[in-house]
Design a protein around this ligand. Structure first.
Ligand SMILES: *Cc1c(COP(=O)(O)O)cnc(C)c1O
Length: 311
């Protein structure tokens, strides 16, 4: 499998940045692989390695019908020669969407469960039933949200010389954020932009994920002290969009020639630009924003909501 690593780090230059005297660099994890985009590859890396070491022929995971994680898992497993099973939230649609049809092309077996059952996905009884159906498998939680996922994401900032004051990422489960925190320096801030409403829960997720490390309590506290959440840029909740966001993403593409997704990175850059505009960062601040990828999700937005993007 050909991977574009270390992923490129590019500066965004514009009068806007000059006027506000901040340096903004984008870590292009969206360019790692055309199908296994961004942070999903980071989170799968050590999980797939572990599955191989355990000689598990099959990897099973969970996600929504438009999930970047499902798309990435299918492609990564097929490249690694591992069978994959995707447990998909919701009923089967008459027409297969682009995400799931691509996943199936990569050999992923798709298993639909209703929303109620899906909520039990972490319970032993539910997983037992899946074992009865599918036999042995290596389980990866929804979104790749485990400590192996964190370790993969900890490598993101270590790939480049890292003298940033602030590192930012969009958050779903907070796994990527926790990886960035784990490898952050004591003078850095790691800023998370939750794509969900009520994003404060990301802080407790980060704490739980860090509990799986062998760090002592005081060290974990220090690490969590570098976390800052910006919870006001969810645009109504997960997968919700407003025309203000769509306009921003379209303008962003024209100005910077950089495509964003509407679920995660669009919201993060919107928030980040809003903060820059407000003078939130002191002059001379060097920011690294992680482009976590996720562009495959835009197709679902266009198909379902008739949203028009200029890329
Ligand atoms: C999944 C995803 C995220 C969220 O990552 P977490 O580690 O779950 O917080 C962010 N951006 C994109 C593009 C994603 O696909």
């Amino acid at each position: 499998m050909k991977l574009n690593l270390p992923s490129p780090l590019e500066q965004l230059n514009s009068p806007f940045m000059d006027n506000h005297k901040v340096e903004l660099w984008v870590k292009r994890d969206d360019l790692i692989h055309p199908e296994i985009s961004g942070n999903k590859w980071r989170k799968l890396k050590y999980n797939i390695q572990q599955a191989r070491e355990q000689k598990e022929p099959t990897l099973l995971t969970f996600g929504g019908a438009y999930s970047n994680h499902i798309a990435a898992t299918a492609a990564a497993c097929s490249a690694a020669g591992i069978k994959s099973i995707g447990i998909i939230r919701g009923e089967k649609n008459k027409v297969l969407n682009a995400t799931l049809s691509l996943a199936m092309e990569h050999g992923m077996k798709i298993h639909y469960v209703n929303r109620e059952d899906y909520r039990q996905k972490e319970e032993a009884g539910f997983i037992e039933k899946l074992h009865k159906l599918y036999g042995q498998f290596y389980l990866v939680p929804e979104g790749g949200a485990n400590y192996k996922g964190v370790l993969g994401c900890a490598e993101i900032v270590e790939e480049n010389s890292n003298d940033f004051d602030i590192v930012t990422t969009a958050c779903g489960t907070g796994t990527t954020l926790t990886g960035l925190l784990l490898s952050s320096h004591k003078n850095q801030k790691v800023m998370g932009f939750p794509a969900l409403k009520g994003g404060e829960f990301i802080a407790s997720n980060a704490r739980q994920l860090l509990d799986a490390s062998n760090k002592v309590e005081t060290e974990k506290e220090k690490i969590l002290g570098r976390l800052e959440l910006q919870t006001d840029y969810h645009f109504g909740g997960y997968g919700k969009v407003k025309s203000e966001l769509v306009d921003f993403v379209n303008r962003f593409y024209v100005e910077y020639n950089l495509a964003l997704d509407l679920v995660y990175t669009g919201k993060m850059f919107f928030g980040l630009f809003d903060l820059i505009k407000q003078g939130y960062f002191k002059p001379g601040t060097k920011i690294m924003a992680l482009h976590t990828g996720g562009l495959q999700g835009n197709q679902g937005m266009k198909d379902r909501l008739g949203i028009k993007l200029n890329f």
